[in-house]
Design a protein around this ligand. Sequence first.
Ligand code: NAD
Ligand code: UDP
Length: 310
Amino acid sequence: MKRILVTGGAGFLGSHLCERLLERGNFVTCLDNYFTGAVDNIAHLRGHNNFATIEQSVIDPVDVRFEEIFNLACPASPVHYQSDPIYTFKTSIIGTMNLLELASKTGAKVLQASTSEIYGDPLIHPQTEAYWGNVNTMGIRSCYDEGKRGAETLMHDYHRTRGVNIRVMRIFNTYGPGMNKADGRVVSNFIVQALRGDDITMFGDGLQTRSFCYRDDLVEGMMRLMDAPDEVSYPVNIGNPGEFTMRELAELVLELTGSKSKIVYLPLPQDDPMQRCPDISRAKEVLGWEPKIKLRDGLLRTIDYFKTVI
Ligand code: NAD
Ligand code: UDP
């Protein structure tokens, strides 16, 4: 049994990760300040003998001994991370540094939930880990993008100078049951709008692309990366290379829900990336991982979930 810390464990991905780690017989501690997560997401785990919670921000130092740390603490939806950009930046930078300090004292292994956003509005396509990115330092997305980039830098610096055992996972857009209906991300917005018969809010012309990974595939990749050999300290893209325009996504959601909602076109937010698709050759080679759930199947499961919560 390993003692594992999941920061951001009450969020969409973190709560599912806690479940999976408990199923494997670990002792799991969820640390969260409930900024975007919720106690409800982990309520079903609270009676479990091997589960503990700490209500705390990663911006404050953490002083408990763990063998593994999954650092997922950070608001992930543009609406939420832009609501308090200085908080978002502090969470990524100071939060990651606090966990790396803990790891360098205790010998814990740390996995950082990084993001495809570190590629910014990418000029190469699909994105490989070797690409350095095209990121604005001053825009409304910068608090998140540059925060995550800085967190990656800290991971590598603590690895080089203090010997911390690190894993860096670049997560591409992920969706699935457990998303907050008010999260603001495109999959949850479109499904909730379609189920309620509200207008579908399309930002820009809807020709921008994203590649959507189902939650369970993503969490499987995350656990494999943590278990990978120690030399895998370099970044690994985890995502589904199936690439769709936002118009294609809206049409699929309308078809699968049987909704009569209309698509309305609204301005594209500043610095919204025009295309995004992971090259997952490294994940296939190093982790033997690739996604299994196709968008249509994952959306059906997610629609079923949202029917129960709205
Ligand atoms: P989420 O917003 O549902 O979860 C984030 C969790 O972190 C929440 O429970 C929130 O309360 C917690 N949190 C925020 N600030 C904190 C702080 N200062 N201290 C402690 N806890 C804090 O988002 P998610 O989709 O589950 O994302 C989890 C991680 O994966 C994030 O780090 C995100 O950047 C990364 N990621 C997610 C996606 C995606 O598509 N879901 C894509 C790329 C990267
Ligand atoms: N988007 C949209 N309507 C919405 C929410 C998002 O058209 O109601 C677009 C957004 O402009 C972006 C894409 O969908 O181009 C994905 O947005 P999301 O916030 O899910 O994640 P991002 O990849 O931009 O961080």
